[in-house]
Write a protein that binds this ligand. Structure first.
Ligand SMILES: N[C@@H](CCO)C(=O)O
Length: 379
């Protein structure tokens, strides 16, 4: 296993791993990577399933690189590490900073920093880029063992494989147990999978706006997106984002914000809004990663091979907070209620007009939950 680092000013990427440090004083995290070989989790993984353009499951011993960002310092007891897991199109850049010449927003700005719930003076915060994504951790953009990019040949992976890659990172950093594992949406799936698969390694857990298992409706919504991308990767990802983005927002919000208003070009304002989000994603995301990650979310089921969801949730020993967004129509509250009930805690509700994206927008409420989770943990 090897460990490397890039300067915070350069894009994290396995193709240009220039050695370097990080700019002191800015909120950017330190960007590094670890290389290793993917091992299975100690519990049964997903059965290999053939999908168009993929082989079935990662080959044994798949070499992987995990690119990640950190804030703060690991204490000598190695007891202050917090794992923050991003959602579908997120990345390791949890909070923003200043890259050369331009500010870079984070997706949970307000969560990490002095005096904030994850204060780097106290906590060592680790945010990996997900396996199968396109931000430096091994994914379809990476070079396969035969020297050619994986592309559409990238193996079908599961949320469990993604967690296995994060285990490799934890091992490389010498973190036996996380003080907390925190994630929303797809990040919440991985957070839950961590606590179920490796209960001894998760002291506390925040699962936000995520299900224990993807439902028929979630798979159906995703399946329409996958079809669009398979027909035309670039235009299709735009269509996929439009479908997905609608599921990320709430009907009352769309009505209040856009109504039936038309723009000068004749498009409904809400059409133009979706067009904008589609164009933005096309500029910043890889369609093959979108497919790989969406397939992984479709396969998500913490109970698979473990006697069902209820039995799997009974394995969790972490101090746990499970929260949902009251207006979330993608992963509605009953799904978080199921997790909370299975773990034996009360469901917590984030109030938001914005639907599923409330987990990104309501940072103050999310921050309060993180602070509560960590309140009297020794660090
Ligand atoms: N806006 C989020 C929603 C998915 O949780 C994303 O793009 O990842």
């Amino acid at each position: 296993m090897s460990v490397g680092s890039t300067s915070s000013g350069s894009t994290v990427g396995e193709t240009s791993p220039a050695a370097g440090g990080w700019r002191e004083g800015g909120p950017n995290g330190r960007r590094e990577w670890v290389d290793g070989v993917l091992a299975g989790l100690p519990l049964p993984g997903l059965p290999a399933v053939e999908a168009p353009g993929t082989s079935g499951g990662p080959p044994p011993g798949l070499p992987v690189r995990v690119a990640y960002e950190t804030w703060g310092t690991l204490n000598p007891e190695r007891s202050n590490a917090v794992l923050v897991l991003h959602a579908l199109t997120g990345d390791s850049h949890v909070v923003g900073g200043v890259e050369p010449g331009h500010p870079t927003p984070g997706w949970w700005d307000g969560l990490i920093g002095p005096g904030l719930p994850l204060d780097p003076a106290r906590w060592f915060v680790v945010a990996p880029n997900v396996l199968g994504g396109c931000q430096g951790t091994t994914g379809p953009w990476s070079v396969a063992p035969d020297g050619r990019p994986w592309g559409a040949r990238f193996p079908r992976i599961s949320v469990r494989d993604q967690v296995a890659a994060e285990v490799l990172l934890a091992d490389a950093l010498g973190i036996d147990a996380w003080a907390a594992v925190v994630g929303g949406s797809m990040g919440g799936m991985r957070a839950l999978e961590w606590a179920v698969s490796l209960p001894d390694r998760v002291k506390s857990l925040l699962v936000l706006a995520a299900p224990a298992a993807s439902t028929a409706e979630q798979i159906a919504l995703a399946s329409a997106q996958l079809h669009a991308i398979r027909l035309d990767p670039v235009a299709g990802m735009g269509v996929a984002r439009r479908i997905a983005h609608l599921s990320y927002r709430s009907e009352p919000e769309l009505t209040a914000r856009f109504g039936r208003e038309r723009q000068a070009d004749g498009r409904f304002a809400v059409e133009s809004y979706l067009d904008h989000h589609a164009e933005k994603l096309i500029r910043r995301f890889d369609p093959e990663s979108y497919v790989v990650l969406t397939e992984a979310m479709n396969g998500h089921d913490v109970g698979l091979g473990r006697g069902g969801v209820r039995a799997a949730l009974a394995r969790v020993t972490a101090r746990t907070i499970v929260a949902g967004i009251d207006s979330d129509r993608l992963y509605p509250l009953p799904q978080q209620a199921e997790i909370a009930d299975g773990v034996g805690v009360d469901l917590r509700v984030v109030k938001s007009d914005f639907g599923h994206d409330g987990f990104l927008i309501e940072v103050e409420q999310v921050g309060a939950l993180v602070a509560e989770l960590l309140a009297d943990l020794p660090a």
